[in-house]
Design a protein around this ligand. Structure first.
Ligand code: GNR
Ligand code: NI
Length: 169
């Protein structure tokens, strides 16, 4: 078990596109265990392998208040999506930064579990947001990519300022 370091923007490794998982072996199980530990340790609701510098198509999530509904998706693919919702998103790779993003309201996702078994997940609301956010990470995409360039510049400037203040505090 290990808490892994989380890459932070603007680390270029956040832009790497993840490769499909082929081996459902002990090292995959270890990765998933470590990702849950890292996500829970950081009080996150989701985590993509990309964020811990592993460029394989693996994501974990837990939207429950009790932190007892772990969901691990390997090689996830969106089969269907519909509707739209605006949700204020954050990201462990952008500590302290939040912005409204518009995404599908509902998604139907086909994925594999840690043992390679096929699973289908239907999600709406916040879980659907989280799954889409994590699947973006696997493509090298991050939530600020959805903002207008003006809004993105403003928020990233604020992030920079927070970091400088934290460094001199
Ligand atoms: O912990 C997280 N919270 C969150 C809040 C709103 C929308 C998406 C998220 S995901 C984020 C964890 C993270 O960065 N996952 O990639
Ligand atoms: Ni994120």
């Amino acid at each position: 078990m290990a808490v892994l370091p989380i890459l932070e923007f603007p680390d270029p490794r956040l832009r790497i596109r993840a490769e499909p998982v082929r081996a459902f072996d002990a090292s995959l199980q270890q990765l998933v265990t470590d990702m849950f530990e890292t996500m829970y340790g950081a009080n996150g609701v989701g985590l993509a392998a990309t964020q811990v510098n592993v460029h394989q198509r693996v994501l974990v999530a837990d939207m429950s208040d009790e932190r007892n509904q772990p969901l691990a998706l390997i090689n996830p693919q969106i089969l269907e999506k519909d509707g739209s919702q605006v949700y204020q998103e954050g990201c462990l790779s952008f500590p302290g930064l939040y912005a409204d993003v518009t995404r599908a309201l509902r998604v139907r996702v086909r994925a594999q579990d840690v043992h390679g078994g096929e699973i289908t997940v239907e999600a709406d609301g916040p879980l659907a947001v989280c799954i889409q956010h994590e699947m973006d990470h696997l493509e090298g995409k991050v939530f600020v990519d959805y903002l207008s360039s003006l809004k993105r510049a403003l928020l990233l400037k604020r992030l920079d300022k927070q970091r400088k203040q934290a460094a001199t505090a």
